[in-house]
Structures are given as structure tokens and as C-alpha cells.
Design a binder for this molecule. Structure first.
Ligand code: NAD
Ligand code: PRE
Length: 387
């Protein structure tokens, strides 16, 4: 690691080792590679390691071939194994400084202390960017752009270690934020862990929903339940390690939901008692708790800082293209884009059950939209830019 640059106060990272090449480890590695940092990778799962290497996230760690320890080792493994993996990495002298990315911090710190890890070189971290998918195949170099990245060093941490991990977060495009581990755990209970459970609770209702109801699913339910698609075993582990703070938030959410259900029952009963037909009728005073929750919900939503995730991500324009639901259709669409010399940055497919057609939403840089729309239209595709 280069000396902290006087004045700029920034560490220089030349080589970083990522231990655990899943979604988060590989995303960090890709972000660092884009900044020309040399990245060495390790994962006990050789398939994940190979895929991460093939994606350009770095080269496999070969300890015997390295002349010096890496500047930082990032432990990007599930929370429960982080202390043991840290201890092993420190025993092997993998790096000068160590960090992790686990979604919980108090239990990681306690585990590390119990195992006798060197706390001077360990700066626990938590990037607040992620996805509901796991594994290196879901990794993205821009996953942390504009996101907060919590750092929870103990009083024993060397300032140089903190500076190095701060620089790691910045190189990934994130905003580092130093806070104490327990405060971190209470904060993420509110903004991440309880929301995940609430999302799962809504999504779990869909298991018993009939096909017609699911056919009507629009963007609202997709937004609310996206994170419920996360890995249940990883989330059970996260919740186990932050059980108290999450339970506190969920009790309050449950109280709001219970009060709302009661109020709606009362509204339904009061309205049908006064209405001439059996349909639920005009609003009564019973709706007051519901109005109150909706108003507080709107206020809470308004408090989520707008800048995170919005400013520095590339702005893509989405163009919908109708595709026949048949083998090879997507391949032909991508080939047509390649012939037009346009890179498709991302793609999402919407299927309408029962229809022989689907919609491919192509994510493009704005300057590529006209070229592709014209080329696809000329090739006979049904293209709908601006929809
Ligand atoms: N998924 C998210 O949105 C998100 C966001 C921020 C932080 N995190 C945290 O990041 C960490 C990794 O999560 P992920 O989503 O990348 O999961 P993942 O399942 O995609 O990857 C985990 C990787 O850790 C590896 N691993 C397991 N045991 C290991 C060990 N003993 N030593 C080294 N590697 C080991 C696995 O083989 C796997 O490749 C977790 O601690 C999680 O709490 C996740
Ligand atoms: O965007 C998502 O899919 C996430 O769930 C990411 C998210 C979050 O709650 O914001 C989830 C868990 C992590 O520890 C950090 C980030």
C-alpha cells in the first residue's frame, strides 16, 4: 500500500485480494479492475472462482507467486464464516489490511475478537448496494455507484487501515460512512433487514394467489417484492445475526398493519350497514388510522435521500420491442442489434401468460436509440421507442 498521500489524505491501492467471489466480491473486483487495480481472487467454490476470472474480475490468487502481501484483502463471504476466514487470512499474511462486506457488523466484530484476530488491521465494512441475485454471474462493476458504504472500525484500528478501506469504497464509486457497529446494525435493521422481511411477507401472500390475480401483477407488486427474491439461507443468516434490532422494527410495522386491518374491517362493517347494497360504501371516520398510515408512509418515503443511486449511474433509455415467444427470437434480436453496431447495455423480458408474444425491454445509451430503432424497424421488428 502506498503511503497516505499528504494533503490528499488518500491511500494508494495497487493490489487487492477478494476472498469470496460471489455477487458482492466479484462486483467489488470488477469495479477495482475498471480503476486498474491488480485483483487476485479466491473462493473455495472453484466454479464461482473460474466464472469471476472469466468475467475479467481478476486472476486466481497464487500465494507462492506473490512477492508481497496485497494492500487489502476483502472478505466477501456469508456473515457467519467471516471471523474464521479473517483469522485464516491474517495467519497466512494475505494482506496488510483486511475488511469484510457482511450485512451485519456487531456479531462479526465479536467473532473476530473472540478468535484473536488482529483488530489494528481489520476495518469491518458494508457496501449498501446489492441485488436479489447471488453468485458472480449477477455481479456488476457499477453496483456501488453513489451508494453508502458503512465502515465500523473499533478503537484499535490503525488510521492507515481505515484510510485504505475508505479508498477501497471510493474506488468502487461509493460514499464511505464511519459509524459504530451497534449503530450500524440498528440502522440497517430499519433500512434494509426489516424491509426485506416485509417484502417477503407480501410476496408470501402470492403463493396462495390464483392465476388470474397473478396475471394482473403490475409494477407495484414487482417493486415491493423484488428483494424477496433474495437467497433465503443468506437472509436467514443475516436476520439471525441482527435479530433484536430487526424484531424491534418489525413489531412497529406489525402494529401499523394490525391497526390498518382493524380500521378497514370497521370501515367495511360501518359502510355496509349504511349502504343499500352489499358493496363497501362511503368512507367513514373508521378510515382515520388508514389515512394516518398513508400520510406517514409518504413522509417516510420522502426522507430517503434522492441522490443515492441516481446521480452517477449511467442513464439508459429503454426501448420495448415485441418478440414472438419462440426459440431463437432473442438471438435474432441481439444479432440485429450487433449488425446495427449498437451495444445492448441490459435487457428485461416481459411475458404475458397465454399470449404468443412478449416484450423485450432493451436498455441503451440514449445516443444509440435512434440508430437501433431505425435498424430494427427496417428489419421488420415491432419497435416502440418512447413508450
Ligand atoms: N446480496 C446483497 O445484496 C449484499 C449486499 C451487501 C452485502 N452483502 C454481504 O456480502 C456477503 C456475500 O454475499 P453475496 O450476496 O455476494 O453472496 P454470494 O452467495 O453471491 O457469494 C458468497 C460467496 O462466498 C463464498 N464462500 C462461502 N464460504 C466461504 C469461505 N469460507 N471462504 C471464502 N469464501 C466463501 C461462496 O462460495 C460464494 O462464492 C455476505 O456477507 C452478505 O451479507 C450482500
Ligand atoms: O437492492 C437490493 O437488492 C438489496 O437488497 C441490497 C441491500 C439493501 O437492503 O439495500 C441488501 C442487503 C445488503 O446488506 C445491502 C444492500
Amino acid at each position: 500500500m502506498g503511503e497516505e498521500t499528504a494533503g490528499a489524505g488518500r491511500a494508494e491501492l495497487r493490489r487487492v485480494t477478494v476472498v469470496g467471489t460471489g455477487l458482492i466480491g466479484t462486483s467489488i473486483a470488477l469495479a477495482l479492475r475498471a480503476r486498474d487495480v491488480d485483483v487476485t481472487l479466491f473462493d473455495p467454490d472453484t466454479a464461482s472462482l473460474r466464472l469471476a476470472c472469466d468475467l475479467g474480475a481478476g486472476r486466481p490468487l497464487d500465494e507462492t507467486a506473490e512477492s508481497a502481501p496485497a494492500d487489502i484483502a476483502v472478505i466477501a463471504a456469508p456473515p457467519a464464516v467471516v471471523p474464521a476466514v479473517l483469522r485464516q487470512a491474517q495467519d497466512r499474511g494475505l494482506a496488510q489490511v483486511y475488511t469484510d462486506v457482511a450485512s451485519v457488523k456487531s456479531s462479526v466484530l465479536e467473532g473476530a475478537e473472540q478468535l484473536g484476530c488482529d483488530m489494528a488491521t481489520f476495518v469491518p465494512g458494508h457496501p449498501m448496494g446489492g441485488r436479489e441475485k447471488h453468485g458472480p454471474g449477477a455481479a456488476r462493476a457499477d453496483l456501488f455507484l453513489g451508494r453508502s458504504w458503512a465502515l465500523c472500525p473499533t478503537g484499535k484500528a490503525d488510521p492507515g487501515s481505515v484510510a485504505a478501506v475508505t479508498e477501497l469504497a471510493r474506488l468502487c464509486g461509493a460514499d464511505p460512512l464511519v459509524l459504530e457497529a451497534q449503530a450500524h446494525d440498528r440502522a440497517v435493521a430499519l433500512v434494509s433487514h426489516a424491509p426485506h422481511v416485509a417484502s417477503s411477507a407480501v410476496a408470501a401472500r402470492l403463493v396462495g394467489g390464483d392465476e388470474t390475480a397473478l396475471t394482473l401483477a403490475g409494477q407495484g407488486v414487482r417493486d415491493v417484492t423484488r428483494i424477496a427474491g433474495g437467497d433465503p439461507s443468506m437472509w436467514a443468516e443475516i436476520l439471525t445475526h441482527n435479530a433484536g434490532p430487526v424484531a424491534d422494527v418489525l413489531r412497529e410495522v406489525a402494529a401499523d398493519l394490525a391497526a390498518t386491518a382493524e380500521a378497514l374491517h370497521a370501515q367495511s362493517a360501518a359502510a355496509s350497514a349504511t349502504a343499500s347494497d352489499s358493496a363497501d360504501g362511503p368512507e367513514t371516520d373508521e378510515m382515520e388510522p388508514v389515512r394516518d398510515l398513508l400520510a406517514r408512509g409518504r413522509s417516510g418515503h420522502g426522507r430517503i435521500p434522492g441522490k443515492h443511486g441516481a446521480v452517477r449511474r449511467p442513464e439508459y433509455t429503454v426501448i420495448p420491442v415485441v418478440i414472438p415467444d419462440e426459440p431463437g427470437a432473442l438471438g435474432r434480436l441481439f444479432a440485429a442489434a450487433a449488425t446495427a453496431g449498437v451495444n445492448i447495455e441490459d435487457v428485461r423480458i416481459e411475458h404475458t401468460p397465454g399470449l404468443p408474444l412478449g416484450v423485450a425491454e432493451l436498455y441503451l445509451l440514449p445516443e444509440a436509440v435512434d440508430t437501433l430503432a431505425e435498424a430494427l424497424s427496417a428489419d421488420g421488428w415491432s419497435v416502440h421507442p418512447g413508450v
